[in-house]
Design a protein around this ligand. Sequence first.
Ligand code: SF4
Length: 366
Amino acid sequence: MENISQTEILINEVSESYPEKETLVKLLSLDGKEAADVLFKEAYAAKGKYVGKKVYFRGLIEFSNICEKNCYYCGIRRDNKQAHRYQMTEEEAVEAGLWAYESKYGSIVLQAGERTDRAHIDRVERIVQKLMEKSEGKLGITLSLGEQSKETYARWFKAGAKRYLLRIETSSKELYKQLHPPDHVFEERLRCLYDLKDLGYQSGTGVMIGLPGQTAAHLADDLLFFKEYNVDMIGMGPYLQHNQTPLATAFDDFETVKIRNFELTLKMIALARIMLKDVNIAATTAMQAIKPFGREAALLAGANVMMPNITEKKYRGDYKLYENKPCSDEDYDECASCLEGRIKAIGETVGYGEHGDPLHYFRRRG
Ligand code: SF4
């Protein structure tokens, strides 16, 4: 009981003020189901109060797994010669986006490995323009295409994309260095994040949880970074191993680590909701890769966005940032009705036909 009331005091501190790092570390280190449940319950109440119990779909189109980068944790990194590379045609990408629009998803996410060449930049611009034209400007478009110049971000914004997701992966410069080759520069990632905001994008970031070398103190700093950056959208997922990466042998018993990462991710979602209140938070597919009802657990811990994968089935299996990615074989329709059923089962509804823009974006812009 003592433990529960102490937890409530700490949660109150996170909710009411700019929390101390130490408070966040204590909450991330909560031991025992009872105390963690208090945290999830408070986060769910905050979700109901600030963003409601509606889940917004973003149709996820993974239109290419070709990447210039070489992040040590990623299955589609440049040096993974075993990865089968693909690129959807412009027509296929537009068709998938329009399917989402006609199915009343409200918005989509165009995601791909990072490329900064002219052909890629032009292609993305054309896809966004066509989708805006064919949906009469009504489809919400989010991009998740990595680090780009400010000029490129501006072109894509002008074409019609209004949201951008760029995970910082970790807000610790030292840890970032350990997880990336020397030519991946932390300051450049920050430059991109601030350029996106400056251009008027609804800006999203996030971190991986349970990375080798990562501590509760790092994660507490990540939450404080979200607050400082004044983020609109958050996408966080548990770190999952891929056998064809340099980090494949970082943990001896990954099955146990995986469960720990899952629980930590739920706590991060809950704390982000309590701290940041009106932001959008994704229930990522990586949660379901660990537990069959992982995404529902994320919704009950404060998340309010889901990203059904609408990439054509023939490509989907090749976009493997981590192994055992779920939902690789379902058709679009199966995927949507399965998710709707899961959402209804926890007493929530789907915001069909709505953009589901992060309320925080409008509040911070006044
Ligand atoms: S994490 Fe992103 S940028 Fe890094 S290798 Fe994977 S797809 Fe490329």
